[in-house]
Each structure stands twice: as structure tokens, then as C-alpha cells.
Design a protein around this ligand. Structure first.
Ligand SMILES: [Zn+2]
Length: 289
């Protein structure tokens, strides 16, 4: 594992999962006797496994954790620094039924380099079948190559600190009697790429003006109301004051950019449910909007 961040989790957070498993089960590692979840190789060291999700409570099953063989595990983590096209070539190798360990055995470095370069420049490559493999929606195909995912909150499948469930959020949206302005903020946030936006972007969308300060005030106020309705404990600043936005989003300061908020998945899902329900009850609102 080393001391590197992954999917928005610090290495310190990542290091907690192994002792937690041992404490919970008394066993050394999960997935005993299971083949690699990428290449299917049954020959896999017991201690070799991978997590995409280090939020607590930890989950020791897919889609949070997977058994992996050593070569697949190594390639997965090195995909960010691999030469362009190489991760795709590895994926194609797996899809052709190759084991992770066979990737370098079947093709020498120079051939791999040429193929990777061809892929990177847009050529479609087809590899001969190594062994039959059922086509599927392979989870590792959805992995990002954006190195920002290593440290950004949007890289986390779940928020670091648990947030209210979808049903609770939806109930709070109903109780709060959202104004058009409230809805506009929530909609803009949920619709942002990776559910991530700066207050400036949200103010532009919801208020139609470049005014992050007013955005902070209005959206923060809404978050405060929802926090009270949900009786949730918000994050606190060093001076002890509540960060109301922490109910709805996880924030971070990307180097060289403005502060960004990533809406938590349960809030975004609850909003979608709430809006579709609202539409169903009042068809007139569709016409007028
Ligand atoms: Zn493997």
C-alpha cells in the first residue's frame, strides 16, 4: 500500500482498513481462496487485495473491496503514471482472457510500447484471445486516469464521515419547503460534473451572477436549515463554529483554484427523487418552467 493517497483518502485513513478487518473477523485477510477480481487468476497471494472505498464503516466486499493478484494490483495503482495507452492495453489484455502475470510474458517491452503508443494515438487494437472469458461490465473499466482523484473528495465513493441516508435527505427537502432559489442551488450542485463546484459556479447558475459571497450566504443558510431538520452534527471550524455546508458536501482546496464542494451522493440522489416526485404531483410546473 505504501504511504500514498488513493480515491481521496489519505494513506493514514487507508492504513486503518487492515487492522479493522483483523479485529472484526480474527482473520488475516478477506477473499480467501477467491481468484483475482480483474484477471481471474486463481493463483493469488492471500494478503493481496484492494479497496476503492476507505470510508467507515469499512466494506470488505465489492464494489468497495476486491481480491487481486499482484500484477493486476500493481498495474491498477501505477495506471496514473504509466505511459499513455498502457493501462488501456492492459485492460484489453485482461479482456482477451490474459492473466495479469502474462502481460509481460506474452509481449516484450518494445512491442508493448508500440501497442500503447498506437492506442494513445487513437488506433483500435484487437488482441488475440488468450483464454475464453465471459464478456461483462468490468468494474476496473470505470476507473479514472485523472490523478486528481487520488486526493479530491470526488474520488471517494462514500463521504469520509457518514451523511444522512437518501430517505432522510428527501424527507428534509420536503419539510424545508424549498424556495426556487434553494432548489436552484441544489439542482446546480447535483448537476455539476462529479457533483463538484465552486461557490462562484453555483452562484452563477442559481443567481445568475458572479457572486460567491451571496452564494455562500444563501446556500449556507439552506444547508443550516436542513442540518437542523435532520438533527445532524456538522463539521466544526477551529473556532468551534459550524460548517453548515458539510451536511450536503465535502470541501477541499485544489492547488491554484478556488475552494470546491463535492455534493455527497445521498443528497444528490434524494434531490433527484424529490424533483421527480414534485414533477409528478404538479404537471403545471413543467409547463410554466
Ligand atoms: Zn489479476
Amino acid at each position: 500500500m505504501g504511504n500514498a493517497p488513493y480515491n481521496g483518502y489519505s494513506w493514514q485513513q487507508r492504513a486503518r482498513i487492515m487492522p479493522a478487518f483483523r479485529k472484526l473477523t480474527g482473520r488475516t485477510a478477506p477473499f480467501e481462496g477467491e481468484p483475482c477480481a480483474m484477471c481471474g487468476n486463481p493463483d493469488r497471494p492471500l494478503n493481496e487485495w484492494h479497496s476503492e472505498d476507505y470510508s467507515e464503516p469499512f466494506s470488505y466486499q465489492p464494489p468497495a473491496s476486491y481480491p487481486l493478484c499482484k500484477p493486476c494490483h500493481g498495474r491498477l495503482h501505477k495506471r496514473f503514471n504509466a505511459p499513455p495507452g498502457e493501462w488501456e492495453l492492459f485492460c484489453l489484455h485482461l479482456e482477451a482472457g490474459g492473466y495479469g502475470s502474462e502481460f509481460t510474458q506474452l509481449r516484450g517491452l518494445s512491442e508493448r510500447r508500440v501497442l500503447s503508443e498506437q492506442i494513445a494515438s487513437g488506433y483500435k487494437i484487437e488482441l488475440p484471445v488468450v483464454r475464453a472469458r465471459s464478456p461483462g461490465s468490468y468494474w476496473w473499466r470505470a476507473l479514472t486516469l485523472d490523478p486528481e482523484s487520488l486526493v479530491a473528495p470526488w474520488g471517494r465513493p462514500r463521504p469520509l464521515r457518514p451523511r444522512p441516508h437518501v430517505a432522510a435527505f428527501r424527507h428534509a427537502f420536503e419539510e424545508a419547503r424549498l424556495s426556487d432559489c434553494d432548489s436552484a442551488f441544489l439542482r446546480a450542485h447535483a448537476a455539476a460534473p462529479r457533483r463538484t463546484a465552486t461557490m462562484r459556479m453555483l452562484a452563477r447558475e442559481a443567481l445568475g451572477k458572479d457572486d460567491p459571497k451571496t452564494g455562500n450566504l444563501l446556500y449556507g443558510k439552506l444547508a443550516g436549515r436542513l442540518t437542523t431538520l435532520l438533527q445532524w452534527e456538522p463539521d466544526l471550524r477551529e473556532d468551534g463554529s459550524p460548517v453548515w455546508m458539510s451536511l450536503l458536501a465535502e470541501g477541499w482546496w485544489p492547488p491554484g483554484r478556488e475552494y470546491e464542494w463535492t455534493m455527497v451522493p445521498t443528497a444528490a440522489q434524494a434531490l433527484r427523487d424529490y424533483l421527480s416526485l414534485e414533477k409528478a404531483i404538479s404537471p403545471l410546473s413543467q409547463i410554466s418552467s
